[in-house]
Design a protein around this ligand. Structure first.
Ligand SMILES: [Zn+2]
Length: 302
């Protein structure tokens, strides 16, 4: 059952109180609750207590999970995404959204239009990451791109880049997810079946693993680009980066407003990422049970 020892959150200055209605959980978040207290970082909810003029009680919103301090040199210099004191919702430092209420800064909140239902809006932050990767790469029709990882981030990166006319392929390990790629017109292969010919203009690693980065370095062409989106890969031999004069780009930020607009305009399919639905009361069992290989995204109906 739910832990009722956690006090209801009290919004600080400039913060709003939100009641989550849908939360998306990926495999990487399963089994993590012991380390982070209240987990969960991607959600859609309804404002219960508002501040300022832009937001009102009852409004449906999505929330950027990275919270900046607003005071440090990076925040003041327009680099709030890389704040020195930044915290992330659903981490050890900040309560997550798998709760009945959560307090978040008003500046992190983006309203959801009526045309966009909760099941789609809940994936706004995941999509924002994919849009951000596409902006970093500036792909065109002649760009050969390989996406590593058939998790939700990898699948959305591939889906979005394919719409930009890039020659995109996704390397994964779950045959069941290749059906999604076919639906979206994205080429797909098993990661073990591809040649390592160092001929890709760009490789996007969404696995967050040392193996993923090692594979990316074998696939990218000299003077190509590797984008790292996700995870802490541990120790990696970076000698190929020097030899090939590869550009290595980290990616963590995203523009939530752009993602909400793309979803509202029906430019992206996110509903097929949902593999099961559970209730908030079932979450403790879900989080403590080992992840099932085929499950992509679990949607919590609060
Ligand atoms: Zn800061």
């Amino acid at each position: 059952m739910l832990d009722d020892r956690v006090d209801p959150p009290e919004p600080g200055p400039g913060e709003v109180l939100v009641r989550p209605t849908r939360v998306a959980i990926g495999r990487d978040e399963l089994g993590s609750q012991a380390a982070v207290g209240v987990p969960g970082r991607r959600f859609v909810g309804v404002i219960q207590r508002a501040v300022g003029d832009e937001l009102r009680v009852g409004q449906r919103v999505v929330v950027k999970p990275h919270i900046r301090c607003g005071r440090c040199d990076l925040c003041r210099g327009g680099l709030g995404d890389h704040c020195r004191e930044g915290v992330t919702i659903g981490s050890a430092e900040r309560q997550g959204c798998l709760a009945e209420l959560i307090a978040v800064p008003a500046e992190n909140v983006v309203p959801v239009p009526d045309a966009l239902d909760d099941d789609q809006a809940v994936f706004a932050w995941t999509l924002a990451g994919a849009l951000h990767v596409a902006q970093l790469l500036r792909v065109d029709a002649k760009t050969y791109v390989t996406v590593l990882g058939d998790n939700a981030t990898g699948l959305l990166c591939a889906q979005w880049l394919a719409r930009l006319n890039a020659s995109v392929r996704l390397l994964g390990s779950h045959p069941a997810r290749f059906g999604l790629c076919e639906k979206w017109g994205v080429k797909h292969r098993n990661a073990d079946d591809v040649g390592r010919r160092a001929d890709q203009d760009a490789v996007i690693d969404c696995t967050g693993s040392a193996e993923g980065i090692a594979l990316a370095m074998q696939l990218v062409r000299p003077r190509g680009t590797i984008v790292l989106r996700g995870g802490g890969p541990g120790r990696v031999d970076l000698a190929p980066i020097i030899q090939g004069e590869i550009t290595l780009v980290g990616s963590r930020a995203g523009n939530l407003r752009d993602a909400v607009r793309a979803l509202a305009e029906r430019r992206v399919d996110v509903l097929n990422l949902i593999s099961r639905r559970v209730r908030l009361l079932d979450v403790p069992d879900v989080l403590s049970s080992p992840p099932i290989e085929e499950q992509l995204q679990t949607l919590v109906e609060v």
